[in-house]
Design a protein around this ligand. Structure first.
Ligand code: DGL
Length: 265
């Protein structure tokens, strides 16, 4: 029987999942959080599903060795590639994945046109196609892969002129198609919300799924009697690249920079 005081493992290919970690910390302040950034293998967006599945297994084993009571795949690309495999391997371990917010966007759009910004891996996946079949029959969905955005965010660039130009280029076809709702289908992109707010009209809704994932984690832990009650231990961070990179970027994206370790895997 798992221990409610055990930590929750949160995983992304890099620092994008910190946008989800923040939502989890806000909703579940008693939970002790472990975060793994696979920065040594980023970006996942252009990698094969088999490679991503292998990395997810390695990280899942790491979290289990740390005694984690649950795992959150704070990465859309990793979810489409690996969540089914992980759930099959660990049927009794709560695993929360994420998917682009097609359902709420389809319900919210007034123009009937929804845009999705995500990685190539997410947009090309069968899981994403199934999501559209299920929830987007009455709306037009325009998809836009965004190579390069993740690399900027990993480098701590949230507003340079070259990033601005890259993002504008990705937004232009979506806006020209009449999208009034934009889905941020990659956990890195919420860090671009201030820039997006400068580039698109305030009438355009921008939706991401970090808060919904935190609620799903709350539900899964609650059902199993695993919600923590005592004070949380400080969040711990591991990276498969140089800890110096994470130490440098954490203050910008997480607000502080301590407890950073090398994953060594
Ligand atoms: N943050 C990841 C996601 O949500 C992807 C970033 C990457 O390409 O590695 O899809």
């Amino acid at each position: 029987m798992a221990d409610p005081a055990a930590p929750v493992g949160v995983f992304d290919s890099g620092v994008g999942g910190l946008s989800v970690l923040a939502e989890i910390a806000r909703l579940l302040p008693h939970e002790s959080l472990l975060y793994v950034a696979d920065c040594g293998h980023i970006p996942y967006g252009e990698k094969s599903p088999a490679f991503i599945r292998q990395r997810c297994q390695i990280v899942a084993e790491f979290f289990r060795a740390q005694g984690a009571k649950a795992m959150v795949l704070a990465c859309n690309t990793a979810t489409v590639a690996a969540v089914a495999d992980l759930r099959e391997r660990y049927p009794d371990w709560p695993i929360v994945g994420m998917e682009p917010a097609v359902k709420p966007a389809a319900a919210a759009t007034r123009s009937g046109v929804v845009g999705v910004l995500a990685t190539t891996g997410t947009l090309q996946s069968a899981k994403f196609a199934a999501l559209l079949d299920r929830f987007a029959n009455d709306v037009r969905v325009v998809t836009q892969p965004c190579p390069g955005l993740v690399e900027c965010i990993e480098a701590g660039d949230l507003d340079s002129s070259s990033l601005r130009q890259l993002l504008q280029g990705y937004l232009t076809p979506l806006l020209a198609a009449g999208c009034d709702t934009l889905i941020l289908g990659c956990t890195h992109y919420p860090f671009l919300k201030p820039l997006l707010a400068e580039l698109v009209s305030p009438d355009i809704a921008i939706i991401d799924t970090g808060a919904a994932v935190a609620r799903q984690l709350q539900r899964l832990l609650g059902e199993r009697g695993l919600l923590a009650e005592g004070p949380a231990r400080p969040a711990q961070f591991w990276t498969s690249a140089s800890p110096a990179h994470l130490l440098k970027i954490l203050p910008l994206l997480w607000g502080r920079s301590d407890n950073v370790h090398s994953l060594g895997l």
